[in-house]
Design a protein around this ligand. Structure first.
Ligand code: DC
Length: 225
């Protein structure tokens, strides 16, 4: 695989459970890109706000929290996430943080605070950005944009498999939670989830992760010719 030039950006957008993060991590490893998980950044804000006992709205306390927030990814050692110096990789994956992160992601103050951090994370480095608005808002000039989708039932089953060790989680509640988040992510006024006009649609409902990755690598290779 030829090395990517600096600043080569691949964006992967799509709804919850479509396989964005698994695919992004694999492509990052194969193409030697840094992986930026923008959803984890919203999860960190939700986690930090809850730790501080804040309500999920643009209060002055929330603005102060956003001004001081420090989010760090450690890609080499298992994709760890740190927020304000604490390792939160697993803490930010609970159903409660699923819900709270969806709420904070609709707040203009939160989106405005995270946008420069997301852009800065990829500065001068080839990167793959996983999100909802990566190809529409964060990097509208990305070199390759993917919109990864799958039907609701498939996405709910995948999320259930990830969360099955947690109490009180079943297929019905996960399906309802994902359908709610789809609605909230797509209908909000701030950077709603939508496919960029120039994004390639890949439906992973009946494709395994490996064939999705292969498809994206083929698109990358065509681009490099
Ligand atoms: O991808 P995820 O489930 O970890 O994302 C958590 C929440 O953040 C989800 O409700 C969508 C939102 N989000 C967003 O609004 N914009 C992004 N670029 C990434 C995630």
């Amino acid at each position: 695989m030829p090395p990517l030039e600096k600043n080569f950006i691949i964006t992967i957008d799509g709804p919850s459970g479509a396989g964005k993060s698994t695919v992004s991590k694999k492509i990052a490893a194969r193409l030697n890109l840094i992986y930026i998980d923008t959803g984890a950044m919203y999860r960190c804000v939700a986690w930090a706000a809850r730790e501080a006992g804040l309500e999920m709205s643009c209060t002055s306390e929330m603005i102060t929290l956003l001004q001081g927030i420090e989010i760090r990814f450690q890609t080499a050692a298992g994709n760890l996430v740190f927020c304000n110096g604490k390792e939160v990789t697993d803490l930010i994956r609970s159903p409660e943080i699923d819900r709270l992160s969806s709420a904070v992601s609709g707040l203009p103050c939160v989106r405005a605070a995270l946008l420069p951090l997301q852009r800065a994370a990829a500065r001068n480095q080839p990167a793959i950005i996983d999100g909802r608005d990566a190809g529409t808002v964060i990097f509208p000039q990305a070199d390759l944009k993917i919109y990864l989708d799958a039907d609701l039932d498939t996405r709910a089953r995948r999320r259930l498999a990830e969360q099955q060790l947690q109490a009180g989680v079943d297929l019905e509640s996960v399906t309802a939670a994902i359908a709610n988040r789809d609605r909230a992510d797509s209908s909000r006024s701030q950077a709603p989830l939508r496919r960029a006009d120039d994004a390639v649609l890949i439906d992973s409902t009946s494709q395994d992760i490996e064939s999705v990755c292969q498809h994206i690598i083929e698109l990358y290779e065509k681009l490099k010719k």
